[in-house]
Design a protein around this ligand. Structure first.
Ligand code: SAM
Length: 380
């Protein structure tokens, strides 16, 4: 069992590397219009944006920036298969241009584009960003009425191209294997996520002019991929940055394609991938550990679960979860800008998970950088 992950350092406004109707899911986060750290990139795309800002015309700068993103959304439409989902992580911006302080609602401008282009807009998710300045306030401080609320959330916009996807033959089996646990469903399909941890934004390379990575949490990409695609699918991120989407696809037994305009990120991604296998296996086994804990809690409450997992020695809540199958990663091979992941075969997977069920020593993992202890050492 294998998955393939291709990276292109190019401009996503023309994705010549990708065929029409070949992508099953988009998970991405663009540069945010009207947030200063992205000004430079937008000025390069269209110098009129800099002129508009210099002349104090905030709203026209905002519109011109979005017109640059629209070009990429148009390409997304071309490469996506019918029935596929698009997830876009975006934050709104507040900014003073000239004398005027105002909100630039990025999420609503992007939603409008997709509505006008005929996509089906589905319920969105708000995720709460942990602020490093919780007491920050803007405007007139303690005196009404001219203080402004602090923005501590971002949006994940969810859209679909066309009607619901259909599954036939082998795909039905893969869909069953791609099930998530009932208790995960309750958390993941809530429209407010408050439990995502922020990630270290420092960049470990001097090849890019950026100081901050603007990466989203691994968990955000991992959840979306597992909510909206099945094993063997191909996920695209047209704004790859540090490669989070690609890494989450590796953990999910999906293929992926990532496009990033800044070649300085080549090294950032390579460094990040060096120790990733340990983290991903620990992350997957943590999911199982958390399920085992849930099973024990339900038993304590005298509410034992009804169904047996087909592959593993644990119970699940619903019939839909019985075929759930975890694929732990065996090896990551790099060939130029492409990565091939091989996964353990079913027997080895079962053995590792059996070990896990009987070995309470394995700790819960949530942080890629703190994943120092060898997963293999703990289980062998
Ligand atoms: C918000 S960051 C994405 C961060 C990413 N989700 C991660 O976890 O690292 C947006 C990325 O899009 C890239 N970018 C901006 N315009 C682009 C374009 N036209 N084509 C490809 N990449 C672009 C930027 O260089 C930046 O790395």
């Amino acid at each position: 069992m294998k998955s393939t992950h291709n990276i292109f350092f190019a401009n996503s406004s023309k994705m010549d590397q990708i065929e029409d109707n070949s992508i099953d899911l988009i998970v991405t986060s663009p540069p945010y219009p009207m947030i200063e750290m992205w000004d430079h990139q937008f000025f390069q795309m269209n110098p009129e944006i800099a002129d508009a800002l210099n002349q104090g015309e905030g709203l026209s700068a905002y519109e011109l920036m979005h017109q640059e993103l629209d070009k990429i959304w148009m390409e997304i439409d071309r490469v996506l298969k019918e029935g596929s989902i698009i997830c876009i992580n975006i934050g709104d911006a507040t900014r003073k241009v000239g004398q005027l302080f105002q909100l630039f609602s990025n999420h609503s401008r992007i939603l409008n584009y997709f509505i006008k282009s005929g996509f089906e807009v589905l319920p969105e998710i708000l995720w709460r960003k942990q602020s490093n300045k919780p007491n920050k306030f803007m405007g007139s401080g303690m005196l009404p009425p001219n203080a402004y609320v602090t923005s501590e959330h971002e949006y994940i916009l969810v859209m679909r191209k066309g009607n619901n996807r259909e599954f036939t033959g082998e795909q039905k089996k893969l869909r069953d294997e791609s099930a998530y646990f009932w208790e995960e469903r309750n958390l993941w399909f809530s429209d407010i996520w408050t439990d995502l941890k922020g990630i270290d934004q420092k960049i470990s390379s001097n090849l890019t002019h950026r100081e901050r990575s603007a990466a989203y949490p691994f968990e955000l990409a991992y959840r979306l991929i597992n909510m909206f695609s099945i094993k063997g699918d191909t996920v695209l991120d047209p704004f790859l940055g540090t490669g989070t989407t690609l890494i989450a696809a590796m953990a999910s037994n999906r293929n992926s394609v990532g496009i990033e305009i800044d070649p300085g990120f080549r090294e950032v991604i390579q460094i990040r991938l060096q120790n990733i296998l340990e983290f991903l296996n620990a992350y997957l086994t943590t999911r199982i550990k958390q399920h085992l804990q849930f099973v024990r809690e339900m038993e304590k409450k005298n509410k034992p679960l009804k169904y047996n997992s087909d592959l593993y020695d644990f119970k699940v809540v619903t019939n839909q979860e019985t075929k759930i199958c975890f694929n732990l990663l065996k090896e990551i091979k790099q060939v130029n800008e492409s990565y091939e992941i091989s996964y353990y075969d079913e027997k080895k997977n079962q053995k590792i998970i059996e070990n896990l069920i009987n070995n309470s020593q394995v700790e819960f993992i949530s942080d890629e950088k703190k994943q120092k202890v060898s997963f293999q050492q703990k289980l062998d």
